[in-house]
Design a protein around this ligand. Structure first.
Ligand SMILES: [Zn+2]
Length: 404
């Protein structure tokens, strides 16, 4: 499945890819020197395993989900079982004493609803596109029916569903440290992508978006650090360094997209770094090694929650097409970040209609207001929020005796 997904998404153009003028390759840089790729702590996966679909290993009631002894929602097993196991949604819901998954639709795919943490997720059999609390999120493995029961990959449960279903219980990101870095993509000779007529460049619009966002955040009492405030080229590694030097709590990178020769494609995409072990939902040049872990992977949960909040808020202010919260591993500006970090692709300059909207200063103001709205939720978040919706520490109830 991983291979199928990887191939499918690798056919798509890359976020921020330039068409005319030529592609700038900053985002293709090898891992940053401040962000060396580290092998996973668990034994490496043999290449042959990475190119094979995961076996349909099903955890049944006779093989109950293990308790989480170390604060993880699921313990990280010392074998590659973590990479291979599909979990029946019924067992997962039972484990957390949640309502049973409901089949609520048949077309175009059988669709299941799960409810938890005051929110709900819609999972579509055979489709990576899930809808979690009203926002599309691309899963890294598609839900399947096995033995007539919907199953989801354990990593998607742990790394995609849990952080967002229980997003209201997340620790606030902006409490004592209220320094936030706004990164206007590209600049100087690196023009980014451009409009179809070649008259406007991504670098100009990202800077305008960032300059509009800065005062909105400052009004919230935040200290805003910009990676650039004029038309200069800033290497990706230096953008990471700026955030490090500032001791920033959050990093938000602003970009626009291009999809030549698919001018019909339009909409908002928000990216978080792919967690180790998972395939990316967006792959550039077929390069996506799930065995790699980067410093920013220490913030996988917060990355996704931040991406989801920004994505939802910008959709609200712009009414753009929802192309989903996505995962990518090649984004050098995210890999080395020692703090929650996301990259927002504010629309497709290659789409004539969306390009016209982006050219309108009022639309770029709404883009800025969307990001500011999402950040405001983090500033206002209470220091401690106790909720009965938090996943319990262990099995809520036993459904069967442990396997003998
Ligand atoms: Zn870009």
């Amino acid at each position: 499945m991983a291979l199928v997904l990887g191939v499918a998404w690798s056919m798509l153009p890359c976020p921020g890819a330039a068409t005319a003028p030529p592609l700038t390759t900053n985002e293709l840089d090898p891992p940053l020197t401040v962000a060396p790729a580290q092998p996973l702590a668990s034994p490496p996966v043999a290449p042959s395993q990475l190119t094979q679909p995961p076996p349909a290993t099903v955890v049944t009631n006779r093989d109950p989900l293990p308790q989480r002894p170390t604060g993880e929602l699921f313990p990280l097993w010392p074998t590659n079982t973590l990479l291979e196991t599909q979990v029946p949604l019924r067992d997962w819901a039972d484990y957390y004493a949640l309502p049973a998954p409901r089949r609520i639709g048949e077309f175009p795919q059988p669709t299941y609803e799960v409810r938890a943490g005051g929110g709900r997720a819609l999972l579509r059999i055979g489709s990576p596109r899930a809808t979690i609390r009203g926002v599309d999120v691309l899963l890294t493995h598609v839900p399947q029916l096995l033995g007539g029961q919907p199953v989801l990959h354990r990593l998607d449960l742990q790394k995609s569903l849990h952080p967002l279903l229980w997003v209201d219980d997340a620790a606030p990101l902006l409490t004592t440290n209220r320094i936030i870095v706004i990164d206007a993509g590209h600049g100087g000779k690196d023009v980014g992508t451009g409009t179809g007529d070649g008259r406007h460049f991504e670098k100009t619009y990202t800077l305008d978006w960032a300059l509009r966002l800065r005062p909105l955040l400052e009004r919230q009492g935040l200290q805003v650090v910009m990676t650039r405030t004029n038309d200069v080229e800033v290497p990706l590694a230096h953008r990471v360094f700026i955030a490090e030097e500032a001791g920033a709590a959050l990093f938000i990178s602003l970009h626009f997209n291009s999809a030549q020769p698919v001018p019909s494609r339009k909409g908002l995409e928000t990216y978080a770094l792919t967690p180790p072990g998972m395939p990316s939902t967006f792959v550039r040049d077929g390069e996506d090694n799930p065995r790699l872990a980067f410093p920013n992977n220490a913030h996988d949960r917060e990355n996704l929650q931040l991406a989801w909040r920004i994505h939802r808020a910008v959709l609200n202010t712009t009414h753009a097409t929802d192309r989903g919260v996505q995962r990518a591993r090649f984004l050098g500006v995210l890999r080395g970040q020692g703090r929650p970090a996301v990259l927002v692709e504010g629309g497709y300059l290659s789409n004539p209609e969306e390009s016209r909207r982006i050219a309108d200063p009022q639309y770029r103001q709404r883009l800025a207001e969307g990001v500011a709205d999402a950040v405001r939720e983090l500033v206002r978040a209470p220091l401690v929020r106790a909720s009965a919706a938090t996943p319990p520490e262990g099995p809520a109830k036993k459904t069967s005796p442990p396997a003998q």
